[in-house]
Ligand binder design. Structure first.
Ligand SMILES: [Zn+2]
Length: 422
């Protein structure tokens, strides 16, 4: 922006001040300085905030956040004169959801679209889900994952589509991936090859299934060697690997294999939590997804029996306290599927109400802790000079009433305002 404005100034100068341009180099220099300072002022945004929850455990009252380009450059006492007056609101870093499925959606009859659909519909629904997610206060998501994620990610990065910053696994690796035939499991080398292929197609991370789903009991269904091959090769090519694991044995095998994060982890045992803390494995338990299935039963005719989901609610709520007691790094993922996009913040409320997390712990999970798990802990997830200007403002204070997260009034991502509905 600064450079564009300087170029324009020079051409304007040639037209309106030919004499000065030809002879008065000193005046010219002064004009450039002036042009620079004008464009500098335009690039600078200030936000006065009544309360800032900084994402790292700090709370600051009456602050002014100064933004230049995409970044926060300063936080100082509020001045009463700013580009955006958010003194009546609470500002936090933009929220991060480490587990969503952006392509999942219902059809016009409110029934899950399960199976093939035309690419145009898939693209539009994915873009729509991305938009809803951003409007709900989430400026970064990890989508795990479908090929359409990458197309939407790239359009958002170009600035031509409104949505959160997207990291995607492009596909999910499971016990049927790279099998020579249905009777034989994939050899580890074939899985390694598959990881490399996924990386070459532009994946930001690898997603794998170490266990069956909740309805099938959550037992380990990839061998230890297969899990080691996937997570080991991911590490070799510089990608993180996050693992769907419901039951304890699949969780344990994944932690031992050095995988980055355990998703769901509903039935993890205490000694495995201890191992996760020791190995620095991130933990991403989710409540919204279970409620979403149960609350919208008629929309999921593919699920025959909801009892395993119902039965998992109490143990999943309970796993948060056990993980905290073992000092496991808990991040914030919703496993948002159809019906949950844009409602990701409900996870905060389930965590505080049912899992008895403190609002501050839940907020740190969704900001600095989630950022760290994505390998972006020095770029996003905190209101700190030098970080990307990803900010969300809510009516009320979520530390006093967690339902404030439903009342998003302002969303900025990378210094650009996407929502301002005060
Ligand atoms: Zn999932």
């Amino acid at each position: 922006m600064v450079f564009a404005s300087r170029r324009i100034s020079r051409s304007v100068l040639r037209q309106v001040m030919p004499t000065a341009y030809a002879t008065g180099m000193r005046r010219l220099f002064c004009f450039f300085l002036l042009a620079r300072s004008i464009s500098f002022a335009q690039d600078r945004i200030t936000i006065d905030a009544g309360t800032v929850i900084d994402g790292k455990g700090g709370v600051h009252k009456n602050q002014q956040i100064v933004i230049e380009g995409s970044k926060i450059v300063e936080m100082r006492p509020a001045r009463g004169k700013s580009t955006y007056d958010l003194r009546a609101f609470t500002v936090t870093p933009g929220w991060i959801d480490t587990h969503v499925h952006l392509t999942w959606h219902f059809n016009a009859q409110n029934i899950l679209v399960n199976g093939r659909e035309d690419p145009a519909s898939s693209a539009l629904y994915t873009a729509e889900n991305a938009y809803l997610t951003l409007m709900g206060g989430f400026t970064t998501v990890q989508s795990v994952g479908a090929p359409m994620d990458a197309a939407v990610r790239d359009r958002i990065n170009q600035g031509s589509l409104a949505g959160p910053r997207i990291l995607t696994s492009i596909r999910q690796i499971n016990n049927a991936t790279a099998r020579p035939d249905p009777d034989h499991p994939a050899p580890p080398e074939a899985l390694r090859e598959y990881v490399r292929k996924t990386k070459s197609e532009g994946a930001d991370l690898i997603k794998l299934f170490a266990t069956a789903g909740m309805g099938a009991g959550g037992g380990q269904n990839m061998s230890d060697e297969q899990i080691q091959a996937v997570c080991g090769e991911a590490r070799n090519v510089g990608l993180r690997a996050i693992v769907h694991a419901i039951g304890d044995s699949g969780i344990r095998a994944s932690v031992r294999a050095g995988c980055t994060s355990i998703e769901h982890g509903n039935f993890v045992k205490d000694d495995t939590l201890e191992l996760m803390a020791a190995r620095g494995t991130f933990f991403d338990p989710n409540l919204l997804v279970i409620h979403n299935y149960i609350d919208k039963k008629e929309s999921f005719p593919n699920i025959r029996d909801f009892k395993p989901l119902q039965d998992a609610l109490a143990p999943t709520a309970e796993v948060f306290g056990r993980a905290r007691a073992h000092h496991v790094k808990i991040v914030f993922g919703t496993d948002a599927v159809a019906g949950a996009h844009g409602r990701n913040a409900e996870e905060f409320i389930y965590r505080v109400r049912d899992a008895h997390e403190t609002p501050m712990d839940a907020l740190i999970s969704a900001t600095s802790a989630a950022a760290e798990s994505l390998g972006m802990g020095d770029k996003i997830g905190a209101v700190v000079p030098g970080y990307e200007a990803d900010l969300v403002a809510v009516e009320g204070n979520p530390l006093e009433d967690i339902t404030a997260v439903r009342r998003v009034v302002f969303v900025m991502k990378g210094g650009r305002v996407y929502r301002n509905t005060r």
